[in-house]
Design a protein around this ligand. Structure first.
Ligand SMILES: [Zn+2]
Length: 113
């Protein structure tokens, strides 16, 4: 095990093994800003990702841009369902009430002016 803050070739090798990532190209020397290219981890996706070493470690994401968008959307839905039981905030009756209230109060102010 290498120390947590290091950005060296051993850390990269460790990440490749523990996360089952396929990298493209040879890496003999890396720094935290080195660009790392590899194959997207999504099954049936043949795209590649290129991220700098620091981002790779920080976000722990080995997916292409397209898959990252899908992952984000799904994560957002999951969070909304967990928090209010609906897939989007717009469907939640509590926020619907709040929106209506804000709209009404702002609308009334405009009329007074
Ligand atoms: Zn992908």
């Amino acid at each position: 095990m290498t120390n947590k803050g290091s950005f060296d070739i051993n850390r990269l090798k460790e990440i490749v093994i523990t996360n089952n990532v396929s990298l493209i190209g040879e890496y003999n020397y890396v720094t935290r800003d080195s660009l790392i290219t590899g194959f997207c981890k999504t099954i049936n996706c043949e795209n590649q990702f290129t991220k700098n070493f620091r981002t790779l470690i920080k976000n722990n994401s080995y997916y292409c841009d397209n898959c990252m968008i899908n992952i984000k959307i799904n994560k957002r839905k999951e969070t909304h369902i967990k928090n209010c039981g609906f897939s989007t905030n717009l469907k939640c009756p509590i926020t619907k009430e709040k929106r209506l209230y804000i709209f009404k109060t702002k609308f009334r102010k405009r009329i007074r002016i």
